[in-house]
Ligand binder design. Sequence first.
Ligand code: 3HC
Ligand code: NAI
Length: 721
Amino acid sequence: MVDYKVVGSIAFLEVNNPPVNALSHSVRVGLVEGLDRSNKEKAVKAIVIIGKGSTFISGADIKEFGKPMRGPWLTAVGEHIEASEKPVIAGIHGNALGGGLEIALFSHYRIALKSARVGFPEVLIGILPGAAGTQRLPRVTTVPVAMEMIASGRHVSAPDALKYGILDRVVDKDLSSECMKLAYNIIGKPLHDRRLRNRPVTPVENLNAVYDAALAQATRRFKGFIAPVKCLQAVKAAVTADNYEAGVNEESRLFADLMRSGQARALQYAFFAERATARWQLPTGESYRTCKPLPIKTVGVIGAGTMGSGIAVTVLRAGLPVTLVEQDRKFLDRGVAMIKSVLEGSVRLKKLSPQGLQKCMSLLKATVNMDDLRDVDLVIEAVFESLSLKKQIFGRLDKLCKAETILCSNTSSLDINMIASATDRPDRVAGMHFFVPAYVMRLLENVYGKATSGTTVATIMQLGKKLGMVSVLVGTCNSFVANRTMQKYGTQATFLVEEGSLPQEVDQVLTDFGMPMGTFAVGDLSGLDIGWNIRREIAQAQGMTLTFATRFMGGDRYSSLSDRLVQKGRIGRKVGKGWYKYEKSGGKVATPDPEVTQIILDHCKELGIERRSISPQEVIERTFYAAINEGFRCLEDGVAAKPEDIDVCWLLGFGFPRYQGGPMFYASQVGLRSVYDKICQFHERYPNQSIWMPCELLRRLSRLEVTPPMSEWTMKTTSKL
Ligand code: 3HC
Ligand code: NAI
């Protein structure tokens, strides 16, 4: 995995481990062998380490973590490089990340293409740069920069890295020949000062203040994560340790602590889970391997409301022309103004250039005439959530658009098969379920119906990637996978309040667990009237009238507590009151409201509910286990293909703490037997809550002596087992 060639007097060690040139065992062995060989060969006067393909080296091979480590360990490889008698140059293009940057910092010189990026992203997978990176970076740059880079995981552009002192030279092109030029320049020059172990750490004034500032920034950004703290401790050790070796030892100790932590396992799982979503398969057997996406050059969006405008921003930012259709000129103007204002916000945040803004706006065609969609390649419909309206629109689009146009709905709950039935092209109909705000949230739930073709799925999965999102493919069902599992969690939270907790107590437990907001605060933000309208529709469909005394709907337990709040005008943050009151800081801060407590107590009294004390543990189990049981049901009925897909929905759709992996991963860590047994206990206690009916797939898995890997959590594999 390391090719060896000599050009003139220079040996090139070319790392060849596609796709990202990770430092797998064979690469480490190859580097050591290449160094030994070039040091032995008399004709060789200098050595260049370079990457083949699109990149230099993207770090250690994360797949090897948690498995028995085969030597040489990365630090030993690095020390071999540093000790080389002949000068070693790292020639960087693409990425030099993690262990890749460490290899560069062990080299005597570093030269990079202008387009290259360097960084230490270890913190994002729960560890720290463990091959002396925390000790070497502050020897080439300042301590505050080293702390910020390592604790944030930020990728730094080559020109910035040059400014920071991390690189010696940045070139526009011809990396190999620039490496050769540099090599001929340095042959015979002393290497002592180029070996970073011999260099002192860059002097820093008031180390404690620098450390405290970096810590405050890191804990704000990574609430609940342990790795950023250890990253900072390791960099601090570079300054406080007696010498380089002592610093490296401290780094190793902190690294080992992190490697053993549950957080590292969860974060590394999340890294691969996000990438696994791209490996989709339909029940027909068509898959990412067999199906080619169609090119999408133009997109139509119908509805310029919250979602339609947000989706338009996302598509425009990806450089695709958008035809935005509204029913009403006034709403259209409002939508266009919103698009412009979001893009202007991106310019203010320096995420988009002023020219980029102009370009996006020039790609937007706003219209009230649906006929303008005649030539687009793909349509995303985002009108009101009404099946009859959506069917009417899809019927019209079917007649209007080119035969190959793909028609998608952003519905958050409706059956894609029903929508497709309004067309003569059900194979080209699918769901593209964006989350709000669509220009911020990275999750895209792509939904297939029974007739959706593999080509259509391949196309929308590819489009999602182009939009910079993580696409999860799911089957059609009520509310799809993300919201279907989330609803179970939210419902249990309301039952807990009915049984004895207060909203702020439940929310506190959930945020302590790591959720960015409690479920009641989220409800206030979205508006309690939305759920109320949906519940009324469901009740109507069942021929019922909702009253506050309603305890059951469709035979299932029902809580009317939220309805009571709506009836009192407490519909959420937009009116300054819901589950909380919003009086402070311009209505942004949620404060518990004694009036709500009274409403809850009156409600319980009226319904004869005897309130009890509820432990934080019960809050966690009731809310998350309800979601987990539903997650297993999604796997059982096939709407979710793999547990990773459910976890990614929660990580990117709801901000589930990444260091817990996702609800399904969390269940694997708690132990499926214990989760299943608890669900059975809840089922006994609450026979009239269908959510606690234990899922058969979970039952089978939990009864096994050894829990199989998550990739085997399917009905098919469990029946074999
Ligand atoms: N180890 C193993 N596999 C890796 C990997 C790594 N470090 N980095 C990427 N891969 C795999 C991905 O899983 C994916 O595999 P798949 O196609 O089978 O799903 C494939 O390589 C391509 O990855 P991406 O889809 O992410 O490709 P992109 O081009 O979008 O991004 C990247 C490239 C920026 C390098 C991104 O993959 C990335 O951020 N990788 C992780 C980098 C990292 O964390 N490095 C530090 C590792 S830890 C370390 O070095 C410890 C040391 O300090 C001791
Ligand atoms: P919205 O009410 O903000 O916007 C809907 C827009 O569609 C309105 O501007 C309306 O004028 C327009 N419209 C209605 N009929 C039309 C027609 N025949 N032709 C052209 N335009 C028409 O609604 P929102 O929130 O944007 O929701 C849209 C869809 O997205 C719904 O299906 C909803 O379920 C779904 N969704 C909503 C999310 C949310 O949080 N708001 C999240 C994910 C999906």
